[in-house]
Design a protein. Structure first.
Length: 319
């Protein structure tokens, strides 16, 4: 471990996080130094109710530590999370889908995180240079004569680049990225418009944007003739509900459908509760074991939403 040397802004951020987290949140530093920054250079380790944010790469420890702590802070502040309660029964495919969905979700979270970091002088010109180096350490330039297996990764990486710069790269940077990644860059700018169309300032706004981004990503995959994420079905997106919505019957907010995928906890066929408004997976149910299914769903639809979520131990955010 390296001696902890973080900016005061990070220490203050840690204090704010610890004030609302029931355990203890600490930051530790490793000893790798790549010469660029990426968002995979830190991890959260939980033990006995405490969380250690371990920065593996210390190229820019205050930037990297603050970024990871802010992800945790968003969770503690009630911003909606994603979970994965379904399986395709193909572990490798599940892993790929979860990685892509998490990247898309994180991009929307980064709108809030990057703004906070910039407001607290944790991103400057040096960090911007290191971030761009991180992009080029992640993806290779496109071959103008053929597509390759890196197109999806390029799209994700370049969309996140736009989020980092708030869509406002210098002419020189934009020209270089456009020259190196013309196809992915054009697509990334379209995805970024989905993120940037409306402010991401509240849990409700964040959820709305993530759901739209899942759909826009699949539209791009379809255009490129690449495999779809099917994020609206595969990914369970935490609900953001008003007081009134909590009191409604389940039938008024959700439609429940049988999925071809399998519910992970009990390894049985799955039923998905889709939000009526945006058709996003809001909860997953295993097939009823004892009751007749007609009776089971009749009772389920008649429950109020708050009681159902309590029964499922499914957290939600109050709007």
């Amino acid at each position: 471990m390296t001696e902890l040397k973080l900016k005061q802004q990070v220490t203050d951020l840690l204090s704010a996080t610890n004030s609302i987290f029931p355990g203890n949140v600490t930051v530790t530093l490793g000893d790798q130094k790549s010469g660029y920054v990426r968002h995979d250079q830190a991890e959260q380790l939980m033990q006995n109710g405490d969380i250690e944010v371990h920065v593996t790469d210390i190229t820019a420890p205050s930037y990297t530590a603050s970024h990871e702590v802010m992800h945790l802070l968003l969770l503690l502040q009630g911003f909606p999370q994603i979970t994965f309660n379904l399986t395709t029964n193909n572990a490798k495919l599940d892993e790929q889908l979860m990685a892509i969905a998490t990247e898309l979700y994180d991009m929307v979270a980064h709108v809030l995180i990057v703004k906070n970091q910039r407001d607290h002088d944790l991103i400057d010109a040096d960090i911007e240079d290191l971030y761009v180096k991180g992009v080029y350490a992640t993806i290779d330039s496109e071959d103008p004569n053929q597509d390759d297996a890196m197109m999806t990764l390029r799209l994700l990486t370049l969309t996140d680049l736009l989020v980092f710069f708030g869509g406002d790269l210098t002419k020189e940077r934009a020209a270089k990225v456009d020259a190196d990644f013309p196809k992915a860059w054009a697509a990334a700018k379209q995805l970024y418009q989905v993120i940037a169309t409306k402010p991401v300032e509240s849990p409700f706004a964040m959820r709305r944007t993530v759901v739209k981004l899942f759909k826009a990503f699949d539209d791009q995959m379809l255009a490129w003739d690449l495999p779809l994420l099917h994020g609206s079905e595969f990914v369970t997106m935490q609900s953001v509900l008003s007081d009134r919505q909590q009191r409604l019957e389940v039938r008024q907010l959700f439609d429940i459908y049988h999925s071809e995928m399998v519910e992970t906890a009990q390894q049985t066929r799955a039923f998905i509760g889709l939000n009526k408004n945006d058709r996003q997976n809001a909860f997953v149910l295993p097939a009823p074991a004892e009751k007749d299914s007609d009776e089971f769903f009749k009772e389920l639809y008649a429950m109020n939403v708050k009681d159902l979520f309590a029964k499922l131990n499914m957290p939600f955010t109050i709007r």
